[in-house]
Design a protein around this ligand. Structure first.
Ligand SMILES: [Zn+2]
Length: 379
């Protein structure tokens, strides 16, 4: 079945715009290849107008012959479109601001010049037979009328899709739903969501946009991107699947592998509590949770970790109880009948002290040696 929502990943463009992030060409190539391998249908590969290094990377990705459609990001400037054409890209995204504040700063408030440049740039791309997407930058701080006016013009001039950008991440799911519902009724071309996480709403707003009728979502792996980042690919894929029952056609089993590859390329480890792909996303420590998961993992997991290529971890820590401790001891061949309730209490207390002092949980594997040693002293 053909996926009803198109994912367009911009890790290599908006993702790389994150402060302090710069991918090397081989890293870009392997990220693009893995995005393609897991079934991401569109990849925004970069900004050709940035110069030789960027176009070299884009050319290298183009030469891979990926199944994914590759897009270049452009301003409404002839030089940008020319650079995209020279790269050999068949799809271009052209971005123009919609909000008064951005039109003032970028076009000195000259709205008609903005429209003229957009039209010229679009014509240039369309004459070359390119597929054109138009983006309304900072749409969430413009009036709905301004957004619709731009989207309708873009459609009339030949755009195949309109990107709605919550550029500074100020919407919530309710306001997003409201805006996108009106926008999709006002135009015939598909609407794409581009949401930022400044207030922690990027994924929620992308989903709200889909509920309202958007059919494409711009994502980045691990949510990498400007300031607080973008809607994370892994979150959008799993939320669409789990909440809305939408199959995006992505092989979710490789999401953690992709996440780790991008994290390595950024040189920054992910926080352990990162949704879907963090080390703790399927870790259980507290007594009540671990006891529940040992009986039936569904007690405290929304879906099995294997679905996203992760693993369940039972972690002994400050909040662990006797149940998990016994389980771990048993798994490591320590005969439980030799341990008195008093000894178990002592061991549990030692685990808690150790964790409090070291600020680290004790992975079950590490515990074997540690527990043996401790028990030898107790027994
Ligand atoms: Zn952005």
């Amino acid at each position: 079945m053909k996926p009803s929502i198109i994912l367009n990943d911009t890790t290599l463009r908006d993702g790389e715009q994150a402060a302090g992030i710069a991918f090397q060409i081989p890293e870009k190539i392997s990220i693009a290849a893995l995005l393609d391998a897991i079934g991401v249908p569109e990849i925004e590969v970069g900004i050709p107008a940035m110069g030789a290094v960027e176009t070299e990377a884009i050319a290298a990705i183009l030469s891979l012959g990926l199944r994914a459609q590759l897009l270049g990001w452009n301003r409404a400037v002839p030089g940008d479109i020319l650079a995209s054409i020279r790269c050999g890209l068949k799809r271009v995204h052209i971005s123009v601001p919609v909000s008064d504040i951005q039109i003032q700063v970028k076009f000195q408030g000259d709205h008609s010049r903005l429209l003229k440049q957009l039209r010229q740039s679009m014509e240039m791309a369309l004459e070359q037979g390119l597929w054109v997407s138009v983006g309304g930058e900072d749409a969430s701080r413009a009036t709905l009328a301004q957004v619709i006016e731009l989207a309708q013009k873009a459609q009339r001039w030949g755009a195949q899709r309109f990107r709605y950008c919550d550029t500074v991440g100020i919407l919530d799911p309710f306001s997003t739903y409201d805006q996108i519902s009106h926008l999709v009724q006002a135009i015939d071309i598909p609407v794409e969501m581009h949401t930022h996480d400044d207030l922690g709403m990027a994924t929620a707003n992308a989903l709200a946009g889909v509920r309202a009728g958007a059919t494409s979502v711009n994502t980045t792996v691990n949510g990498l991107g400007e300031r607080a980042g973008n809607a994370p690919l892994e979150e959008v894929v799993m939320a669409l699947q789990q909440i809305l029952g939408i199959n995006t056609g992505i092989d979710t089993h490789r999401l953690r592998e992709l996440s780790q590859q991008v994290a390595r390329a950024t040189g920054t480890p992910l926080p352990p509590w990162k949704a879907i792909v963090g080390d703790n996303a399927f870790a259980h420590e507290s007594g009540i949770h671990a006891a529940g998961v040992l009986r039936d993992p569904r007690t405290y997991e929304p879906f099995p970790p294997e679905v996203v290529g992760s693993q369940r971890r039972l972690v002994l820590g400050k909040h662990s109880g006797r149940h998990l401790l016994l389980q771990v001891l048993q798994e490591h061949g320590i005969p439980l009948e030799q341990i008195s309730p008093q000894q178990l209490e002592t061991l549990l207390e030692q685990v808690r002290q150790h964790v409090t002092q070291s600020k680290r949980p004790i992975p079950a594997t590490e515990l074997a040696r540690w527990a043996q040693h401790t028990l030898q002293h107790i027994l």
